[in-house]
Design a protein around this ligand. Sequence first.
Ligand code: TMP
Length: 217
Amino acid sequence: MADKTPAGRFITLEGGEGAGKSTNLEYIRTQLESAGIPVVVTREPGGTQLSEQIRKLLLDTGNTEMSSDAELLLMFAARAQHLKQFILPALQQGTWVLCDRFTDATYAYQGGGRGIDNERIAILEEWVQQGFQPDITILFDLPVEVGLDRASNRGQLDRFEQEQQLFFERVRAAYLARAEQQPQRFRIIDADQPLDNVQSQLDGVMTQLLSKTGSIE
Ligand code: TMP
């Protein structure tokens, strides 16, 4: 990437369907703003005009013929644009970026869910990110059936939400495996708890993140 030591921090939120990322993303944003930190919120796939158009293709239930490889490449096409146009410029200006999903979602959904080899995903990751990684990744973990039950109350399901429980079991297992492989970057939140409990778990993560002696320094 152009600048390997950006001033802002890159925080990603991950988890299966119905894990409560959106609600808690707002909570984290508020916490950071109260601490006087400039922060922008974004999401993947999406975050720029072009990437949001790619998102529409990816989530469209009419695209029943989309191959796993096409899906994978579209995820990274959206990400390449998002990084260049939005994420890296913000970080270089010293703004923190709070992103709803990033490349761990690709390992979880296209790797775990669809069964694409991690090695193939890693090739695209290196191509697009050139070593760039989140500073910290907060994984909202909960049993698949609980998440699907929550997500089903939201109305129409997108192309991913229409998948079966086994798919999401593989997604969850892949997320947890990544968290286990990279404990220095991941923080796991038990999302199968009432909101105030989830937020007090997040408070612990934020305190660590904001402290100068935090382990992500
Ligand atoms: P969202 O529901 O969190 O907005 O994310 C949209 C869907 O896209 C979600 O079902 C997960 C999926 N997704 C992938 O399959 N791979 C990826 O790399 C990303 C970022 C999202």
